[in-house]
Write a protein that binds this ligand. Structure first.
Ligand code: AP5
Ligand code: MG
Length: 207
């Protein structure tokens, strides 16, 4: 199964990815997570990417295409992949078609006003990679899964979030038509409880 998760910042792509990857036995490839790992390691790519990410802008296409090309050539991708956050521009989508054409593109949509609340309240665990929301946490500093210290992502500040939403609408939303034309788009209402979103994705992917 070659899958792409499309959708605005905070739509729940990362939240839904683990269940879907388990079901289809495919790796979860989040380009945002890969870039954050590069920043944490202090690599050249990471240092360059940080400037764009902190401003809520897209990292240049060439960097992302090369990164994804290398990742998809690894042995765990033989049975497919779930790409979360790539492609984000028509150029990236055209490049992916050359590298490995996706079979299904799941577009999780949520209205902008709901996304702001989701992102400002998001907390992540650097230790176990869990993602949470402050409204569901007993202590907003402690990971309920592993006890690690929860942090807020650098780009989850209100001004940066607004930029990320603007970039999504101008650069990434055109991919909805791109994949509609390719006949691979599945539209999912992401503005419902996480388990309902998962059920809708399962149905769209054939149960
Ligand atoms: P990336 O890390 O991909 O961020 P994003 O696309 O902005 O998406 P998010 O990770 O913020 O949201 P999500 O949909 O995963 O939501 P989540 O499940 O966490 O990219 C970051 C940056 O990297 C980009 O801005 C760019 O600079 C760069 N980049 C990455 N890929 C690139 C590319 N291809 N090209 C160029 N640049 C690139 O959920 C969010 C919150 O909502 C959580 O608190 C969660 O608990 C909660 N939640 C989830 N589901 C629900 C639900 N159903 N109901 C209520 N709350 C929910
Ligand atoms: Mg994510």
């Amino acid at each position: 199964m070659k899958l792409v998760f499309l959708g605005p910042p905070g739509a729940g792509k990362g939240t839904q990815a683990s269940g879907v990857c388990q079901k289809f036995a495919i790796p979860h490839i989040s380009t945002g997570d890969m870039l954050r790992a590069a920043i944490a390691k202090g690599t050249e790519t990471g240092l360059k990417a940080k400037v764009f990410m902190d401003a809520g802008k897209l990292v240049p296409d060439e960097v992302l295409v090369q990164m994804v090309k290398e990742r998809l050539s690894e042995s765990d991708c033989v049975n497919g992949y779930l790409l979360d956050g790539f492609p984000r521009t028509v150029k990236q989508a055209e490049a992916l078609d050359e590298i490995s054409k996706p079979e299904k593109v799941v577009d999780v949509e949520v209205p902008d006003d709901k996304l702001l609340a989701r992102l400002t309240g998001r907390r992540v665990c650097p230790a176990c990679k869990g993602t949470f929301h402050i409204t569901k946490l007993a202590d907003e500093k402690v990971c309920p899964d592993c006890g690690g210290e929860l942090i807020q992502r650098d780009d989850d500040k209100p001004a940066t979030i607004q930029n990320r939403l603007n970039v999504y609408h101008s650069k990434t939303q055109p991919l909805i038509d791109y994949y509609k034309n390719a006949g691979t788009l599945c539209e999912i209402d992401g503005d419902q409880a996480p388990d309902k979103v998962f059920e809708a994705i399962e149905v769209a992917l054939g149960g």
